[in-house]
Design a protein. Structure first.
Length: 424
């Protein structure tokens, strides 16, 4: 029956004595088993002899490569797209049940309405990686390519498609590496692969295009406002964090406000921003990988910091408790204060950020906070841990600051690209 009726990639409804199963046919490991990918994302094998009835709901899609035409229409701004990988660049592999990278043409053909918003005049594909496989070397390459496009007078804005998991690290890195912008940079994503009917790629790409032709010259993450498929938010690159593993609205602005709310028909400005201009953007991609993030946990031995010292680390971001505490003298053998002070005196720059999502640090409220302040640690207010990590790595990587630790500390406390909120 399977050989005569089913093809890999068909969407089917199978009825057994226990229940009905709906899913996509995958390549099976056995001729007696029909393997399905369910809508939940799980795979299940069903013995062919147990199937009472079979209905093909949708035949397998033919993913033939469609020729992409970069037409220019008068009156529309010109936009470049940089494609880097991730779920927005993936579709289901009916052989394995996982997702695989797809062609550039498939991505752009998701949202053909983009041609009514802007002219796509250039497509760059510096690498194809899921974001968990990216490093600062990829951020540097991406920043250099973005700066090149920003300084191209024929281009008015940039869209970058990216994986979701570490997207907020990339947005922070681009914010610091590019500095003040002259045009919009829209990073967008998809939580669900582009061949799924529930994919969020369509609306995200439409809204990213609308942001790219706006006058907001900022690095922003463009993604769903909520679970509805109606509008997106343009979220600042240094104040946004992924807060859900799978929801469409996984990204949220923390301790700040979005730049804009965008739909297919409306563009609503929500806060002040750096405006489009004719300045020249110069990328500064110097960076070091000798910075670590450590989360303070009850009963954790502070000797963990000795490891980073022995490995030549230059900086440490501590996610501290509450509004600015670490285990102190009442924690007996787990007192962190002496160890923190010792490493700072040896030249390692240590910064404190809240391990909570919302709120800011205040070292003056509790005794342990006041004692922690005496060690020389830098309190970074409401800065996100991810942003603090990228910022310190970027500053410590600057050759001009190699022998100027006090200047690095000073700049860590400066609001360079909106990483601090002035007030909450």
């Amino acid at each position: 029956m399977k050989e005569k009726i089913l093809n890999i990639g068909d969407r089917v409804l199978l009825k057994t004595s226990e229940r009905n199963w709906e899913g996509t046919v995958l390549e099976s490991y056995s001729s007696e088993i029909i393997l399905l990918k369910l809508s939940s994302g799980y795979n299940i094998g069903i013995r062919e002899k147990d199937i009472l009835n079979l209905e093909v709901l949708e035949k397998a899609k033919n993913f033939e490569k469609v020729e992409l035409s970069l037409e220019r229409r008068e009156g529309l701004r010109n936009v470049a797209i940089i494609i880097t990988g991730g779920t927005i660049s993936s579709r289901l592999d009916p052989k394995t049940g996982g997702v695989i990278s797809t062609d550039v043409e498939e991505i752009l053909n998701i949202a053909p309405e983009i041609k009514n918003i802007c002219n796509i005049v250039k497509i760059e594909n510096p690498f194809m990686k899921f974001s968990e496989n990216m490093s600062f070397l990829d951020w540097k390459k991406l920043a250099e390519k973005t700066a090149e496009l920003l300084n191209d007078k024929s281009i008015d804005g940039i869209i970058i498609s990216h994986g979701t998991d570490f997207l907020h690290y990339t947005s922070s890195a681009l914010s610091f590496m590019l500095g003040k912008l002259n045009k919009p940079v829209a990073l967008t994503y998809s939580q669900r692969s582009i061949d799924r009917g529930s994919s969020d790629a369509y609306l995200n790409l439409i809204c990213a295009a609308r942001y790219a032709v706006s006058d907001i010259a900022e690095v922003a993450i463009i993604g769903h406002k909520n679970l509805d498929d109606e509008s997106c938010l343009a979220m600042p690159g240094t104040k946004t964090r992924k807060l859900h593993t799978s929801r469409r609205d996984a990204f949220k602005v923390v301790n700040s406000e979005p730049f804009a709310e965008i739909s297919k028909t409306e563009f609503k400005i929500l806060r002040s921003f750096n405006a489009r201009s004719r300045i020249n953007v110069k990328s500064n991609t110097q960076y070091t990988d000798k910075v670590a993030v450590v989360k303070i946990i009850p009963g954790q031995n502070s000797d963990i910091l000795d490891f980073y010292e022995s490995q030549g680390y230059k900086g440490i971001i501590l996610e501290v408790a509450g509004i600015g505490q670490v285990p102190g003298k009442d924690a007996s053998a787990y007192n962190w204060l002496a160890k923190i002070k010792k490493l700072i005196e040896k030249g390692i720059i240590i910064c404190a950020v809240p391990q909570t999502i919302y709120g800011r640090l205040n070292s003056k409220v509790y005794e342990n906070g006041r004692e922690l302040e005496k060690t020389g640690i830098l309190f970074l207010g409401d800065m996100l841990s991810e942003t603090a990590f990228v910022k310190l790595s970027w500053l410590l990587g600057q050759k001009s600051l190699l022998k100027k630790p006090e200047e690095v500390k000073k700049r860590m406390l400066e609001n360079i690209v909106g990483e601090f909120s002035e007030r909450l």
